[in-house]
Ligand binder design. Structure first.
Ligand code: 6GU
Length: 236
């Protein structure tokens, strides 16, 4: 999978050199490239934002640098005979990013992330590229970040680990929280007693059926306690 990121903070994405995704990049499973939006601003101060029409606080990102940066990525993909990439715009005004969307995006060959600052990118950028490629505005949740970078990073990790070969043991992909709408069960390892706290007996019983039943109960209990909305009984 190819991932391009357009941002005023390309150095943020150096963290993708380490850990699991770093290994996937070295192995050639993921090709991630961060581009500096300011390379496409041509005034002396490399300006990428301006005051909003209609007034109000904060600045809005100018459309021209976005147009030049995104055209460059689209032209290169087209020249290489690749399929049209999908544009992801992290935004608190987007649809909620979920595991189902991560799985959908993991099927694609090429994603382009447009990381804007919180006040946003001139709306015409989305309006224009919607005519040329699939575009998705996605939000991490109901809170405010300063820009799309940290959100893009979270989405890249959620999508990247679903790309075949990135996670060594594919079984560890299915028993995850949210893969089937329930939260994960609690896990334990050695020692058997730590600071007076014991590992539940059932986990050391060797009875696989009993272990599976206990874990399922724990998942339902946890989900009911902290995320009743996932069970559809919001008033639980
Ligand atoms: Cl995707 N972007 C920003 N700026 N803030 C957010 C978000 C995204 N998701 C939650 N808050």
């Amino acid at each position: 999978m190819r991932i391009d990121i357009v941002t005023i903070f390309p150095e943020f994405f150096r963290v993708l050199d380490v850990s699991l995704l770093g290994r996937a990049r070295t192995a050639g499973l993921l090709d991630v490239r961060a581009h500096d939006l300011r390379d496409h601003a041509h005034d002396r101060h490399r300006t990428v934002d301006d005051t909003p029409y209609g007034g109000g606080a904060g600045m809005v990102m100018k459309p021209e640098p976005w147009g030049e940066a995104l055209d460059g990525i689209l032209d290169e993909a087209e020249g290489a005979g690749e399929t049209v990439p999908t544009l992801i715009v992290p935004s608190p005004a987007g649809e909620p990013f979920t595991q189902a969307i991560a799985a959908e995006l993991a099927q694609l060959d090429h994603l382009v992330f447009a990381c804007g600052r919180y006040e946003g990118i001139d709306q015409r950028v989305v309006d224009h590229y919607e005519e040329r490629m699939p575009v998705r505005l996605l939000s991490l949740g109901d809170y405010v970040l300063n820009g799309g970078e940290v959100a893009a990073m979270a989405m890249i990790e959620a999508v990247g680990r679903l790309v075949p070969g990135v996670v060594g043991n594919p079984e560890s992909l299915v028993e995850e929280s949210h893969e089937d709408g329930l939260l994960e069960y609690p896990s334990y390892t050695k020692p058997q007693v730590w600071r007076g706290l014991e590992v539940p007996d059932v986990l050391r019983s060797g009875n696989h059926g009993a272990v599976a039943a206990w874990r399922h109960e724990q998942r339902i209990e946890r989900t009911r306690r902290v995320r009743p909305d996932l069970l559809g009984d919001d008033d639980a």
